[in-house]
Ligand binder design. Structure first.
Ligand code: G4P
Length: 292
């Protein structure tokens, strides 16, 4: 992808340092970390320092929003992460699918050794404590609310707003720690930033909306041409640029401005909105590279 026209994502160094400190200080209080990512872009939606920050804490990876992701791709990602030694579950907070697998995966897989040790030392009643982390918009609050069955305050940490960490008791034997620090996404990797802009996880003004939609259409033309045929009656040809695809979408949808020109801005907003709401079908934006 040519991303020379992209603006840098803004994140504050002071904010990042504070989040690092918060995570480091609170890791001692938990048995494991549950890291939530977006199933449509499982690598791009990870915090780049998560592996380093959580060091040797046992970890569960939660692929959320799997209702919006390509089912086969999600299975490939689960295999990929498991092959790399990370226990992984796919969930969909819209229908609730997979949510019931989270705690058994933590207790029977991620913390299997600890649970045996506790059993042997007569401590099996001790609560399991789990830190929940994720970059903004992956659905961290939604997952916590669905697991606890209650509506908790969203873990926001804006300048000037002090928010303390929040323990959420799920039952007698499980507590979640919802971290207040806002984790930053990957910004060195511009392709990852574009994927996150497609999903709405980072502000879409890193690129103008038409460029963003054109990039998404170029990707779909190769990876999911049927979604363009079905939704917009646009049949992508091999040499079509993203902007030409955008014009085709606008034309097919009758989005014209005076003088017979195509309203590509309206078309772009439509494409991005329809992708985000799943109207273009179940789409995964990146695939595991080495093994699946
Ligand atoms: P965060 O704490 O990680 O920042 O994310 P949050 O839970 O606020 O979720 C961000 C958006 O993602 C919300 O939509 C939420 O409804 C949606 N979401 C969370 N989990 C899933 C899922 O599994 N599938 C789908 N399709 N969407 C999910 P929103 O438009 O920001 O708000 P609203 O429509 O819920 O009001």
């Amino acid at each position: 992808m040519d991303n020379t026209d992209m603006k840098q994502i803004q994140w504050f160094p002071g904010h990042m340092a504070k989040t690092r400190r918060l995570i480091a200080a609170n890791l001692k209080l938990v048995d494991a970390v549950a890291e939530i990512v977006d199933a449509r872009a499982p690598l791009s939606s990870r915090n780049p320092e998560m592996d380093f920050m959580t060091k040797n804490k046992p970890r569960l990876l939660i692929l959320n929003k799997c209702d919006l992701a390509d089912e086969k791709a999600t299975q490939s990602w689960i295999n990929y992460f498991k092959n790399n030694g990370t226990e992984t579950v796919a969930v969909d907070c819209k229908s609730g699918k997979g949510l019931k697998n989270i705690l058994p995966a933590v207790k029977n897989k991620v913390l299997a050794e600890l649970m045996v040790k506790r059993e042997q030392s007569g401590m099996s009643g001790a609560a399991v404590r789990l830190m929940v982390v994720g970059i903004p918009n992956v659905g961290k609050s939604t997952v916590i609310n669905r697991l606890s069955g209650a509506k908790h305050a969203k873990a926001e940490d804006r300048p000037g707003v002090t928010r303390t960490k929040q323990w959420v008791k799920l039952d007698k034997s499980t507590e979640l720690l919802d971290m207040p620090g806002v984790l930053w996404p990957k910004f060195e990797d511009q392709d990852a930033a574009v994927r996150l802009a497609f999903t709405g996880a980072i502000s879409d003004d890193i690129l103008d909306i038409e460029t963003l939609a054109a990039k998404l259409l170029s990707f779909l033309a190769v990876g999911y041409p049927n979604s363009l045929k079905e939704r917009y009656k646009v049949v992508p040809e091999a040499d079509m640029s993203g902007f030409e695809l955008l014009e085709s979408v606008g034309k097919k949808r009758g989005m014209m401005i005076s003088g017979g020109e195509i309203n590509t801005e309206r078309a772009a907003i439509t494409v991005i909105d329809e992708f985000r709401s799943g109207k273009l079908g179940r789409i995964t934006l990146e695939m595991p590279q080495k093994r699946d």
